[in-house]
Design a protein around this ligand. Structure first.
Ligand code: NAD
Length: 248
């Protein structure tokens, strides 16, 4: 059953002119980076996302939020792309692929993917909360327990998009355009709960694309997709790309 679906997906990708891919935290789980739900465990179990990932939360307790992101950054500094990230980079060697990611970890780029649309920003950069001056990760010491200050006096924060914030307009416009023009869309490792990114696969479907989901668990999107491949992306994506190669 799974083999037949993999062959079907490989054939669709082989025929496609333009493939759009939406990834979420699940694709990086096999790189040792927890999903949001998994990360809110242990020490962080008593906190909720509105304290840790909103501008209001940061302004009310900058030290707490800084510590949360220092933990996330420590994971990034040693994390490596996994076979799922590499399989997508390989797919882009053969086809026109637009990767749209909700992830802030930079692992698609580390695997060799170019032109990645980061709709939720990046944890590999920082900016001033007031004047928005950008800072490189190397300029910002990870070990400090409180956020440094910008020259303007504002607090420096991670360059991620928090809840209650607008997504980067130009990046989102490119993502929507990719969904409107692709003929196959893959939704990988995302729960489909965070909007507006969750609407992108539906945009692709409305414009006639075949929708494929890869996730070990069913999600809000599963009932809408044409093909649901149940399992880990680090295992399934390399199988799909290998099957494309043999034309089986
Ligand atoms: P989510 O945490 O809501 O959902 C993760 C999804 O991944 C789940 O549906 C889960 O079943 C699936 N999953 C788990 N293991 C998987 C695997 N091995 N292969 C494929 N799928 C797997 O993530 P979300 O939908 O991305 O939304 C949460 C928000 O938090 C997003 O903005 C997200 O980018 C951000 N976030 C990012 C990172 C990161 O950059 N790596 C980590 C945590 C959270």
């Amino acid at each position: 059953m799974q083999d037949a679906k993999i062959q079907q997906v490989a054939a669709l990708l082989n025929q496609a002119q333009h493939i759009a891919v939406l990834t979420g935290a699940g694709i990086s789980k096999e790189s040792g980076i927890p999903t949001f739900r998994d990360a809110l465990m242990g020490y962080w179990a008593n906190y909720d996302p509105t304290q840790l990932a909103t501008p209001e939360g940061f302004r009310s307790d900058p030290t707490l939020v800084w510590r949360w992101y220092a933990d996330r950054r420590a994971l990034l500094e040693t994390a490596q792309p996994n076979p799922g990230h590499y399989a997508l980079a390989e797919l882009a060697q053969r086809k026109w692929v637009t990767i749209i990611t909700q992830n802030i970890d930079g692992l698609h780029q580390a695997a060799g993917s170019a032109g990645v649309l980061e709709v939720h920003g990046t944890l590999r950069g920082y900016k001033c909360i007031d004047c928005e001056s950008p800072y490189e990760m190397a300029e910002i010491p990870a070990a400090d327990s409180t956020p440094p200050l910008c020259d303007c006096g504002g607090l420096i924060r991670p360059a991620v998009i928090w809840f209650n914030e607008l997504l980067p307009e130009a990046v989102m416009a490119q993502a929507i355009r990719a969904c409107e023009t692709c003929d196959v869309m893959l939704s990988i490792g995302t729960s489909g709960l965070v909007w507006p990114a969750a609407g992108l696969p539906l945009t692709a479907k409305e414009h006639g694309a075949t929708l494929i989901e890869i996730n070990p668990e069913t999600t809000m999107l599963t009932s809408e997709v044409d093909i649901y491949l149940q399992g880990r992306s680090g295992e399934l994506l390399p199988r799909v790309v290998a099957t494309m190669g043999t034309g089986e």
